[in-house]
Write a new protein. Structure first.
Lengths: 218, 220, 218, 220
């Protein structure tokens, strides 16, 4: 199993029947493919739809039915469409149960930076700031390191997405839970030791006496 | 009085330097014929308020390609390297606004409200230079309303009075913008007789719409 | 012609083709019946409809189609329905061309009181405050006097509906236009002298050299 | 999990003293069966947020008649002399709010906004004790968001997921309230299979709705 699939499968375990869920572009989108078949989760596309699905078949695309990345999607029976103010009312108003987002950095206090690298990348925050400020649960899904450097740091050096503390961080090495005291190591990835996680992390971790391995089905 | 205009007439009414709100999200729900005609007539110095500039040669991206946009108020330019290039080169001034804030700022402009009180952006670079307000112990940013000279709207259907509905994710910012511009121009896939769109299905009330871009009649 | 019909007919002359118009309950509602047949005015019912009409026929009522007073109405072809926030967005946002409202008092500065008599009548302001604050034109349609006392006063003693100056006052005696300098007598009712208007008014009026009579068709 | 509840179950879930938002305008768009059942179960000490209390024996008026309402946040009580009597007698506490402000306060509660900046009420008795804010030289009242424990909603149709649309002027405050309450109870004229209401026609998204009041099935 590649690292991205591992992360997606682990995040999928956090979703529950009836949840309204937003998946960010990229890795987070992969989560949808790893839900139990009998679980009824509603996916919101922040450009104005609940009930999005993967495009059911080649040739079934419609230019007026796209995701936040502009890619063609499908709509499940029971889908509903709405304008951007309503879409972000759902997000900011606490109606969105879970948002899964990528990250550039998460720090010891649980704050996320994921929209800008000054002088290098200025994409704009899109919906990220509203999603992190407003969702009931914010899950960051990302590689633990990039180009050999940890993305888990003591204090974000990149511009913050929100001052709100995220709820869970799922990486290819570990599951971390931010708390008042710092980041708690909740799980390690299959075959990864606690020391490997610590070595790949640029800040202190709180290590409980028992740190189980992620329970991921092949 | 008929609201029908040719594409040429409607765009000719837009002066250079105008403030335009343009519907759409990565091209879906953007009025494409109006985009093409703005480029053909070469309307320069525009201020564009829109969610994004899609990609080069797509959606609002074609206005960027043609260097018509002097100022851009938007939530995202990451998919359009040409917009980024123009911003960095100082050719286009870009104001980045969180998407939900952008939607509410546009809405508040058209709804006669003084602005938006949002938690989004508090403590980030977005709050620089902005007023904050404390309400019941929580801090909110005061974000100002947006208004425009023209709103360029993409619709599924319009009736001849100007009642409008939208298609799926092509709705996005369109109905908000239709409330907030002096002149509202609607490019609809279909224009239908008055009474065809049920009252409960209309999203944008007819009184907001000024021009309907005539569709091509291919029979008879 | 009775006094209310006179007022309604005079107000009707202020409406123009394509206007969006809100008529208050009572006297203002009568204005709709006095428009030229070929004029296309859109009437907004603030409870959420544009395109309201009188009930076309006995037996054509629907409980889900009522005016702001709860009375059954009709809907013309091209009508559209919306929620209360949108309805007041249209009103507050300056999309409503004209609102015609009743009044308890209007004063020399053009301010209106029409929602409360302390200790006597506490109906609540309903939509009146938004209508007066937000409409492009506010027309007050009312009797000039009530129980022998003028309703046009130097300063409202009743609680104000809004600090915004109304645009026109149409009574059974006169048409008055508020200005920076005070109330200008624009027209007198048929058969009513300027002195009669002054006698029935509890504040100074500005009297132009030429004050025409209202042009009302029988 | 099915959202269907009997009328009795749904109202039994509402504790005495709860804060209720109730849709409707002079009775049109008020969930009448829920009103009857609240009276039958005698739920006392309620806070009701609603446009009006209609008339005695009509709409929300029947809760007033049954003396169930301790506090009322509303725009208009002029048509209900019993509400006025209870207010003057000190039996019911009444907060009068301009109708457009009431709509936006309810919306802002559900949309996660800090409140509403409105010009309505500035310089009148409505602004007493309220914060004002100056924006670009204009004064606005800061009006606080409203939230509720339960929203009681009248709909034209719901599907079994809880997607909802509304009928004409019965829409009014219903979709706003459906965003702003902890538990949303929908009394629909019809409950239809999932997929029957087209996505563009849905007004209240399914995820907002908690209980659907079962309709009576008269065949089979």
């Amino acid at each position: 199993m590649d690292e991205k699939t591992l992360i997606a499968k682990r995040v999928a375990l956090e979703l529950k029947d009836g949840f309204l869920v937003n998946l960010g572009i990229g890795l987070p989108t992969m989560v949808a493919a790893h839900l139990p078949k009998d679980m009824n989760v509603f996916f919101q596309s922040e450009n104005g739809l609940i009930g999005m699905s993967a495009l059911p078949e080649q040739g079934f695309a419609l230019g007026d039915l796209t995701d936040a990345g502009g890619a063609f999607i499908g709509a499940l029976p029971g889908a509903c469409a709405f304008d951007s103010a309503t879409s972000f009312g759902l997000i900011r108003g606490g109606h969105l149960d879970v948002t899964v987002l990528g990250g550039l950095q998460v720090d010891q206090s649980g704050q996320l930076a994921n929209w800008m690298v000054p002088g290098k990348m200025v994409p704009g925050m899109g919906g990220a700031m509203d999603l992190v400020s407003g969702a009931k649960q914010v899950i960051v899904a990302m590689q633990h390191t990039a180009k050999g450097k940890s993305k888990i740091v003591s204090k974000c050096t990149l511009p913050l997405t929100s001052v709100r503390r995220v709820d869970l961080i799922v990486t290819d090495l570990a599951v971390l839970q931010p708390s008042d005291e710092g980041l708690i190591l909740k799980e390690t990835a299959p075959g990864v030791s606690i020391d490997q996680v610590k070595a790949a992390t640029d800040c202190e971790l709180i290590i409980p006496s028992n740190v189980p391995e992620m329970q991921i089905t092949a | 009085m008929s609201k029908l205009r040719t594409l040429e007439e409607a765009v000719a009414a837009t002066p250079e330097g105008a403030v335009l709100m343009i519907g759409g999200f990565m091209g879906a729900g953007t009025p494409h014929r109006l985009m093409d005609e703005l480029v053909r007539q070469g309307k320069k110095g525009l201020t564009v308020i829109a969610n994004d500039t899609a990609r080069p040669n797509v959606g609002i991206g074609i206005l960027i390609d043609a260097k018509l946009v002097a100022k851009l108020v938007t939530s995202h330019i990451g998919t359009n390297p040409e917009t980024q290039r123009q911003m960095i080169a100082g050719e286009t001034q870009v104001e980045l606004v969180p998407q939900g804030t952008l939607a509410e700022r546009i809405r508040s402009g058209g709804f006669g409200l003084g602005g938006v009180l949002t938690p989004t952006g508090v403590g980030t670079t977005v709050d620089e230079g902005k007023q904050t307000i404390e309400i019941d112990g929580k801090t909110f940013l005061v974000e100002k309303p947006l208004k425009a000279d023209f709103a360029l709207i993409n619709a599924k259907r319009a009736d001849y009075y100007g009642n409008v509905d939208y298609a799926l994710t092509a709705r996005n910012f369109n109905p908000l913008m239709a409330m907030s511009a002096e002149t509202v121009v609607v490019e609809a896939a279909d224009i239908v007789p008055v009474g065809v769109i049920p009252p409960d299905v209309v999203v944008t009330p007819n009184v907001l719409v000024d021009y309907l871009i005539a569709t091509e009649n291919r029979h008879g």
